[in-house]
Design a protein. Structure first.
Length: 128
C-alpha cells in the first residue's frame, strides 16, 4: 500500500471522529510490522484532558489485538492540510517502535517522515 493510500485511509477514519467541541477531525492508521492495519479517530470529551487522539485510539486498538511492534502511523485531518501527532502520541509511538509517520503536506500531497525526525533523542524502553 502506498503512502498516499495510507493517508487516504487515515482521512476516511477522520470522518468518524467525535469532535463536537473543536470540530478538528483527525484519523489515524497504524500499520503493524506484519502489515495489519488499525484505524482510529479522535474522541473528544467535555472534560478536555480526557480527549483521545486518533493516533492513541489506533495504537490502543492495535495493542488490544496483540500488536507490539508498529512500522508506520498515517495521520490525516479533515480540517487542516497537515497535522502532526501531539507529544503524548509521539511518546506512545516510541513505545511501539514506530519507524515512520505519514502526514499531509498540503492539498493532494503527503509526506513520509522518519520517526527519529518526529521525536529526536526520545526516551523509551531502551532508556530504562
Amino acid at each position: 500500500m502506498s503512502d498516499a493510500d495510507l493517508y487516504a485511509e487515515a482521512m476516511r477514519a477522520a470522518e468518524n471522529a467525535y469532535a463536537p467541541y473543536s470540530e478538528y477531525r483527525v484519523g489515524a492508521i497504524v500499520v503493524a510490522e506484519d502489515g495489519s492495519r488499525f484505524a482510529g479517530a479522535n474522541v473528544e470529551n467535555a472534560a478536555f484532558p480526557s480527549t483521545l487522539c486518533a493516533e492513541a485510539v489506533a495504537i490502543g486498538t492495535a495493542a488490544a489485538a496483540g500488536v507490539r511492534s508498529i512500522d508506520t502511523v498515517a495521520v490525516g485531518c479533515l480540517d487542516d492540510d497537515a497535522c502532526m501527532p501531539c507529544g503524548n502520541c509521539r511518546q506512545m509511538m516510541v513505545e511501539f517502535g514506530v519507524k515512520r509517520v505519514i502526514v499531509g503536506a498540503g492539498p493532494g500531497a503527503v509526506r513520509s517522515i522518519p520517526f527519529e525526525e518526529v521525536l529526536p533523542d526520545s526516551f523509551g524502553p531502551d532508556s530504562l
